[in-house]
Design a protein around this ligand. Structure first.
Ligand code: NAD
Length: 253
């Protein structure tokens, strides 16, 4: 077990990559704090973990809301005593070329994808500083590096997360806190499936086109990313600091 008794907070853990990570972290021995906006799916994730002998609890919070995030972190500390790993995973997509976007649409993607990394980090880091240990994993995307048609706001947020990761690492290295970023390629999750269903007349053709962008001609699974997250959370990656980790089937070189 690579994460025995590590208290891990995963945002957006009721679906997709966050949910797969919650299940795998628990298998690896972590106590998982499942955060999401969606309480029904969040509690389902906790029930699945507990049914297979793992340890977890659900804390609902909106990662864009300071009061909500502060209360979540206080509750986590009150119940678990510490937070060893923070996985800033929650995120939303934003579809449209820049000139097509309304300012409110732009602001919403910025809020969830960047403020949603800032706030949980802001409230968790003082506890990690006091512990003089911690691993923070920030969810970026390979789109931060290569762009993608009609994803201007999303790409901008994921680039910002990468820059933020580097800067956080510089600030907290002396507290033995590591901060790394995940850069997945296209991973088949509800996030991508919903986009394909609502944006294309022929979602299967769209999937084939996405696959053709990957060297391996396959899309990733949430488990592929969860495995990388476990690695970044664990001491196996102790020499990785401020690093981008690609899990993209060969999209970025
Ligand atoms: P998903 O939609 O399946 O899951 C995201 C979860 O985040 C949902 O459960 C949702 O309720 C939650 N969430 C959204 N807003 C929230 C908020 N304000 N507060 C708390 N929770 C909130 O998505 P996914 O595909 O698993 O994506 C997870 C992360 O991975 C995102 O940051 C996404 O940008 C990133 N990512 C995904 C892919 C991909 O291809 N799926 C690729 C690269 C990066």
């Amino acid at each position: 077990m690579r994460l025995q008794n590590k208290v891990t907070l995963i945002t957006g853990a009721a679906s997709g990559i966050g949910k797969s990570s919650a299940l795998l972290f628990a298998q690896e021995g972590a106590f998982v704090i499942v955060n999401d906006l969606d309480a029904v799916k969040g509690e389902e994730t906790v029930a699945e973990i507990q049914a297979s002998g793992g340890k977890a609890l659900f804390l609902q919070a909106d990662v864009t809301n300071p009061d909500s995030v502060k209360a979540m972190v206080e509750s986590a500390i009150a119940q678990c005593g510490r937070i060893d790993v923070l996985f800033n995973n929650a995120g939303i997509s934003g579809v449209g070329a820049l000139h097509e976007l309304e300012p409110e649409q732009w602001d919403r993607v910025m809020s969830v994808n960047i403020r949603g990394v800032f706030l949980p980090s802001k409230y968790v880091i003082p506890h990690m500083m006091a512990q003089r240990s911690g691993s923070i994993i920030n969810m970026s995307s390979c789109i931060a590096e290569i762009g993608l048609a009609r994803r201007a706001s999303y790409a901008a947020t994921k680039g910002a997360v990468l820059a933020l990761t580097k800067s956080m690492q510089v600030d907290y290295a002396s507290y033995q806190i590591r901060v790394n970023a995940l850069l997945p390629g296209t991973i088949l999750t509800p996030f991508v499936e919903n986009y394909l269903k609502t944006s294309y007349d022929d979602p299967e053709a769209a999937i084939a086109s996405l696959k053709s962008r990957q060297l391996g001609n396959e899309l990733g699974t949430p488990e592929d990313v969860a495995q990388a997250a476990v690695f970044l959370a664990s001491d196996e990656s102790k020499f990785m600091m401020g690093s981008p980790l690609y899990i993209d089937g060969g999209v970025v070189f």
